[in-house]
Design a protein around this ligand. Structure first.
Ligand SMILES: Cc1cc2nc3c(=O)[nH]c(=O)nc-3n(C[C@H](O)[C@H](O)[C@H](O)COP(=O)(O)OP(=O)(O)OC[C@H]3O[C@@H](n4cnc5c(N)ncnc54)[C@H](O)[C@@H]3O)c2cc1C
Ligand code: FES
Length: 258
């Protein structure tokens, strides 16, 4: 984990309200898929950095990328950054996703901005013997993004929207369960809004499916390095708390209360 000054080398709107920003680091980092960066968005009242999943890291050019949805003041400021602007960041953060040697068939389930950390999994393992089936869910057609990047790198891709305006009407989770018998995954990675993760957890329990399942949580954060406790969530056994930034953001689905 390093605190670095980085230079913006691209910041483009890829779908309405969704941007991809790329920035060059002054030095190499060790990056694992599913990790995140805490990125400054401006000065003054917006000094607190914002957490974003790292979409990719190119070791040859020391360039990293992040996709973000403009939500509030911080991401609005970020969307105004131009090539050559400097930002500060702490990178890389969190534990990330880990694929074991024996886990060959992988299901990736992403909803909304939750698709971004999953794209980094495809990036890291694109030249491997892993097989990916991907399930993406969005509010409607105008929110669909990164479709081409998922389509290009996965064995099968299923897209659902809440209103059926793109792909099938439904959710990433309903698509996953509809395809489960065909997919028979060795492991499941998921990221998305809490109702989506709850539907996944209860769906697995109802169907008595015991496939290992890991979820990446997107709690509100302050420091991003384990010091302020803003991001604490409960362990499922009620015995202890975990810090999403430091102990996660990836947890086994049964380990945390969602
Ligand atoms: C590990 C992790 C990875 C994330 N990856 C992405 C990503 O790849 N793309 C993306 O679009 N969004 C991602 N988010 C959510 C993103 O951090 C928030 O949307 C963003 O911080 C909102 O900032 P804002 O100033 O525009 O909004 P405001 O609502 O004005 O933010 C005010 C404060 O709340 C915090 N905050 C608000 N919403 C969230 C949230 N959902 N999660 C964490 N902190 C929040 C902000 O950091 C800030 O301190 C991620 C969150 C986490 C925790
Ligand atoms: S954000 Fe400060 S402890 Fe996690």
């Amino acid at each position: 984990m390093r605190e670095l000054i980085v230079k913006v080398v691209g910041n483009e709107e890829i779908a309405p309200g969704i941007y991809e920003i790329e920035f060059r680091l002054p030095e190499d980092i060790n990056f694992r898929c599913g990790q995140f960066v805490n990125l400054s968005v401006g000065d003054g009242g917006h000094l607190l950095r914002r957490p974003f999943a790292i979409l990719f890291y190119d070791r040859a050019t020391h360039t990293a990328g992040v996709c973000y949805q403009v939500k509030g003041a911080g991401t609005k400021l970020l969307s105004e950054k131009k090539d050559g602007d400097e930002l500060t960041c702490v990178i890389p953060l969190g534990n990330g996703f880990v694929l074991r040697e024996e886990e060959k068939r992988v299901a990736l389930i992403g909803g909304g901005v939750g698709v971004f950390p999953l794209l980094s999994v495809l990036g890291q393992y694109h030249d491997s013997d892993k097989h990916f089936r991907c399930y993406m869910g969005f509010r409607n057609a105008s929110y669909v993004n990164t479709f081409g990047q998922f389509d290009h790198r996965s064995d099968a891709l299923f897209v659902a929207t809440d209103d059926g305006s793109f792909g099938r009407k439904g959710t990433a989770v309903s698509e996953f369960f509809a395809d489960f018998e065909q997919a028979k995954p060795d492991v499941i990675f998921a990221c998305g809004p809490i109702p989506m993760l709850r539907a996944l957890k209860s769906g697995l329990a109802e169907r008595n499916i015991h496939t290992p399942c890991y979820v990446s949580l997107e709690e509100r954060m302050g420091c991003g390095i384990g010091a302020c406790l803003v991001c604490v969530c409960h362990k499922a056994n009620g015995q202890a708390n975990v810090r999403v930034c430091k102990d996660g953001p990836v947890f086994e689905i049964g380990e945390v209360e969602i």
